[in-house]
Design a protein around this ligand. Structure first.
Ligand code: MN
Length: 229
């Protein structure tokens, strides 16, 4: 039984054939697929996503034992009936056991919430908060639509994502303090792939801008795969 775990694909209406083919391939070559959050990006209206070519990936996922874990950009997927039919389970944390190890898979935003989650989601009539929300949304839309992240990654390649290692450090600290003897934590969210067997922590990285990482678990062996597409 081969389990594949990936996250942070942030897919939407900008259809990308290469990315589609890459995702189709890793899904097809597995028995169980765990989408570890931010698969779809809520910057794109859900209806638009559901009528896009990306939906064909969901049809392939439906044939597998597929689990949808939601992240911080796809919360609206929770309890969505159209999405539900493709997955065995939609949750914010999924656990499974193989031999003596219990793998705990969660996006990571519950361990290190974003500024938007801790502050901007408050239903406050405060004018400054309202303004902050507007600025956040305009900035995010610009960031998303312009694909500006392509510029630093052209120069620095995957090294650009090392700036997010600090987030893994915080998730690892959580793992050290909270996990039981036989437990192993697998997160996404930071976009920085890592496999730390000593601290029983892995980050499945992200799949975007031509970079692709994911985790594979088979015969109680955990592997971090780093690819380009
Ligand atoms: Mn995230």
């Amino acid at each position: 039984m081969k389990t594949v775990i990936f996250s942070d694909t942030h897919i939407g209406y900008l259809f990308n054939q290469k990315k589609y083919n890459y995702l189709k391939n890793i899904i097809s070559n597995s028995d169980r697929v765990i989408l570890n959050g931010d698969f779809w990006d809520d910057e794109v209206p859900l209806a638009k996503f559901l009528s896009s070519k990306w939906i064909d990936l969901l049809k392939i996922l439906q044939e597998k034992e597929s689990i949808y874990i939601y992240g911080n950009h796809d919360k609206k997927i929770k309890d969505n009936n159209t999405i539900k039919q493709y997955f065995k389970e939609i949750t914010d944390e999924f656990k499974f056991q193989e031999d003596n190890t219990t793998y705990i898979i969660t996006h990571g935003n519950s361990i290190i919430p974003t500024l938007t989650e801790t502050f901007l989601q408050r239903n406050d009539k405060n004018l400054i908060l309202k303004l902050a929300k507007k600025i956040r949304n305009i900035t995010y839309t610009f960031y998303y639509k312009s694909s500006i992240e392509k510029i630093p990654t052209k120069i620095l390649k995957e090294h650009f994502y090392k700036i997010f290692a600090i987030q893994n450090y915080r998730m690892k600290k959580f793992a050290k303090e909270k996990l039981k003897e036989n437990e192993f934590l697998i997160c996404g969210h930071s976009h920085y792939a890592e496999l730390d067997l000593k601290n029983k922590y892995a980050n499945n990285g992200f799949i975007n801008y031509g970079f692709a990482q994911h985790i594979e678990i088979e015969n109680n062996e955990i592997k971090l795969i780093k690819d380009r597409y």
